[in-house]
Design a protein around this ligand. Structure first.
Ligand code: ZN
Length: 246
C-alpha cells in the first residue's frame, strides 16, 4: 500500500454543499470560476464569502475607499449573475487591514458550523513569493477553521461540524485538475465585470494569461481548458510530512 491509498482524497465534484472563501471581490473568478459555474449548472449548493471589501484595490490617487468598496460590491454581484451564485456573504473587512488570525478563524468556524459545507475552497496559503497578507491570512484561517470545526470542545456554544475536504485554488502544488472547457467562457465574462480591476489593456493580458494557464491545466487531463486545485482531507493538514506530495 502506498501513502496515496492510505490518505485517499475523494473527488470534490461528487459533493453537494460548498463554501468558496475569497480574500477580495474578484479572486474566485480568476482562479476557479470554471468550477463554480460547473457546480451551479448542476444545482449544487454554493455560498461565496468575500472576506474584504477590496477598498484599497486601485493605483488611482483620486479614488476614495468608500466609493471603490461600493463599485466592487456591484461588480461582485454582476459576476454572480453570470455564474448563477445565489448565496453571497460580504464580510466587509477593510482591504489590507484584516484583524489578527485568531479572530478570523473563530468567525470562520462559526460560519462552517452554521452552513455545514462538505467542501471549502480557499487560496493556497503556501504560495511562494505571495506578498498580499489578505491572501495568506484567509488561506491559513480557512485551513485552521476547516480542521478545528469538527472538534466539539472548541467553541462549545456552536455544535461541531466535520468538513470533508479543503480545496485550495491559486496553488503551486495541484493534485486535482478539473475540465472547465464548457464553462471557460463564463469565467472570462465574469472577470470582465470587474472593471475597476481590469481596464481594457489589463483585461486583454488577463485573458491571454488564462488561455495559456487554463490550457496548461487542461492538458493534464486531456481537456481544452482546466483549473487546478490542491485538495486535502483533515488528515493531511496536521503532522503529515508527505502532504505536499500527495
Ligand atoms: Zn486578492
Amino acid at each position: 500500500m502506498n501513502l496515496k491509498d492510505l490518505f485517499p482524497i475523494p473527488d470534490f465534484l461528487n459533493f453537494n454543499n460548498f463554501i468558496v472563501f475569497e480574500p477580495h471581490p474578484d479572486d474566485a473568478d480568476i482562479f476557479m470560476d470554471g468550477v463554480i459555474k460547473k457546480l451551479t449548472l448542476k444545482n449544487k449548493n454554493i455560498t461565496l464569502i468575500t472576506v474584504t471589501n477590496g477598498d484599497k484595490g486601485t493605483y488611482n490617487p483620486e479614488q476614495d475607499e468608500k466609493s471603490l468598496k461600493l463599485i466592487r460590491k456591484e461588480e461582485r454581484l454582476n459576476a454572480n449573475e453570470i455564474l448563477g451564485i445565489k448565496n453571497m456573504i460580504f464580510l466587509d473587512y477593510p482591504d489590507y487591514d484584516l484583524p489578527e488570525k485568531n479572530i478570523i478563524v473563530k468567525e470562520f468556524i462559526k460560519i462552517l458550523r452554521e452552513l455545514k459545507p462538505e467542501v471549502v475552497f480557499a487560496p493556497d496559503p503556501n504560495l511562494p513569493y505571495e506578498v498580499h497578507p489578505d491572501h495568506k491570512l484567509v488561506g491559513e484561517a480557512v485551513s485552521e477553521a476547516f480542521f478545528f470545526s469538527s472538534m466539539p470542545l472548541i467553541m462549545k456554544d456552536y455544535p461541531s461540524h466535520y468538513v470533508d475536504l479543503i480545496s485550495y485554488y491559486l496553488t503551486p502544488y495541484p493534485n486535482k485538475f478539473v475540465d472547465i472547457t464548457d464553462t471557460f467562457e463564463f469565467k472570462l465574462k465574469s472577470i470582465k465585470e470587474h472593471k475597476s480591476q481590469f481596464n481594457e489593456e489589463n483585461y486583454y493580458k488577463m485573458e491571454i494569461y488564462l488561455k495559456i494557464k487554463n490550457r496548461e491545466y487542461g492538458e493534464k487531463i486531456g481537456a481544452v481548458y482546466g483549473e487546478a486545485f490542491k485538495v486535502f482531507t483533515p488528515l493531511h493538514l496536521h503532522t503529515n510530512v508527505d502532504a505536499i506530495n500527495l
